[in-house]
Design a binder for this molecule. Structure first.
Ligand SMILES: NC(=O)c1ccc[n+]([C@@H]2O[C@H](COP(=O)([O-])OP(=O)(O)OC[C@H]3O[C@@H](n4cnc5c(N)ncnc54)[C@H](OP(=O)(O)O)[C@@H]3O)[C@@H](O)[C@H]2O)c1
Length: 257
């Protein structure tokens, strides 16, 4: 099994890489921090079977070229997981936050399309393969202070849904996984309560089970799935009242945070 994963230098992506490696998969591992990739590969079983790809996923042409080249050299990737993502506090009423809004969309949404694009044609030609998008429960309803992140994850969920229907006729599966809260650097500074917080390795075990099954959508942990369903049906006046006093993710201070 050959798996191409983005966003593996920490958190969920790293845990997914470890879980797939423990199942004997050969991995292509993408992130910007080379030292972290090298450390990860050295710690994985059969490290000679894994390839580090140092790349910014928002660099469309570089990513597509690296992905295509790996696909050809390994004889065809079976599973692609677009996990790279960022979460910043953003309020569009501040001019300086508009740049952060762009950045969140570039990384969470546009880069996912870049990643999937690289593999769509080869997978269609082989009439097999699986594309996995990492969404979020935050994509179900808008949370104050997280204007860019929530909107980006809604976009991920609907983008993957469009793609799922389109790719099915070509024999290619599309799976969306929406994490609840997972203990990673991305949520380390969240000033609010994180119900059902999971460890990354527990999350990864469940996520890989989902990917290897015939499911097309999963919220992990399942308790957050029920919370997401509840959130979806709560009428706006009640939702607004509940959320009005919720603590918010601090606004990003610099474009390179
Ligand atoms: N943790 C949670 O509770 C939670 C909940 C819902 C959804 N998610 C989603 O799960 C995914 C992983 O998040 P995480 O919690 O594991 O966060 P994390 O620990 O901060 O990891 C993010 C990963 O994305 C990579 N990345 C970010 N920007 C990149 C870029 N431009 N090019 C290449 N790689 C980039 C980072 O690598 P480099 O910095 O080395 O490039 C890092 O490996 C994200 O899509 C996130 O939205 C997480």
């Amino acid at each position: 099994m050959k798996v191409f994963l983005t966003g593996v230098s920490s958190g969920i992506g790293e845990a997914l890489a470890r879980e797939f490696a423990s199942r004997g998969a050969s991995l292509a591992l993408v992130a910007r921090r080379k030292d972290k990739l090298d450390e990860l590969i050295a710690s994985l079983p059969h490290s000679q079977n894994h390839t580090a790809i140092v790349c910014d996923v928002t660099d469309r042409d570089a990513l597509i070229e690296a992905a295509r080249s790996y696909d050809q050299s390994c004889g065809g990737v079976d599973i692609v997981i677009a996990c790279a993502g960022i979460s910043l506090g953003v309020k569009t009423m501040y001019y300086e936050d508009l740049e952060q809004f762009d950045r969140v969309f570039q990384t969470n949404v546009i880069a996912m399309a870049n990643t999937f694009h690289a593999f769509q044609e080869p997978m269609i030609n082989r009439h097999r393969g699986c594309l996995v998008g990492i969404g979020s429960v935050a994509g179900i309803r808008g949370l104050p202070g997280s204007e860019a992140y929530c909107a980006s994850k809604s976009a991920v969920i609907t983008y993957c849904e469009s793609l799922r229907v389109e790719m099915k006729k070509h024999g290619v599966r599309v799976v969306t996984i929406s994490p609840g809260f997972v203990r990673t650097p991305l949520v380390a500074k969240n000033p609010y309560k994180m119900p059902f917080l999971m460890e990354p390795e527990d999350f990864a075990r469940e996520a890989v089970k989902t990917i290897m099954s015939n499911k097309t959508y999963a919220t992990i942990p399942w308790q957050m799935g029920w919370l997401a369903k509840l959130l979806r049906i709560i009428p706006n006046p009640l939702f607004d009242r509940i959320l009005a006093k919720r603590k918010q993710k601090p606004r990003a201070q610099s474009a390179h945070q």
